[in-house]
Design a protein. Structure first.
Length: 95
C-alpha cells in the first residue's frame, strides 16, 4: 500500500468511526452530507480519493470541523474520542 492509499484508508476509517459514534447509517450520513450512500461506502473503504469539498460535507454532517477530521487521520487514536454528546455546545471538539 502506497502513501496515498494509506491516507485514503485512514480517512475512511475515521469517517466510519465518526459515523458509528453518531449512530448513523451510511444512508443517513449520505443524506445529511448531500452525497450518495454508495459514495460514502467507497470512501469509508478507502477506495476513493475524496475531494476537500466532499470531505468538508461529510465532516459537517458528522458535526465536526474539517480540520478535526484531517487531524484524526494524522492521529487515529483521536477518532475514538470524538465527542458524541448532543448537549455539548462545543461541536466538533476532540477530547
Amino acid at each position: 500500500m502506497n502513501h496515498q492509499e494509506h491516507i485514503s484508508a485512514m480517512l475512511g476509517h475515521c469517517i466510519r468511526a465518526g459515523r458509528y459514534r453518531k449512530r448513523l447509517s451510511q444512508e443517513q450520513l449520505a443524506e445529511a452530507s448531500g452525497l450518495h450512500r454508495t459514495y460514502i461506502g467507497v470512501v469509508e473503504r478507502g477506495e476513493k480519493n475524496i475531494t476537500v469539498v466532499n470531505c468538508n460535507r461529510i465532516a459537517s454532517a458528522l458535526g465536526i470541523r474539517l480540520s478535526d477530521l484531517i487531524g484524526m487521520v494524522e492521529d487515529p487514536r483521536s477518532a475514538l474520542s470524538l465527542k458524541n454528546d448532543p448537549d455539548n455546545s462545543e461541536q466538533g471538539t476532540l477530547s
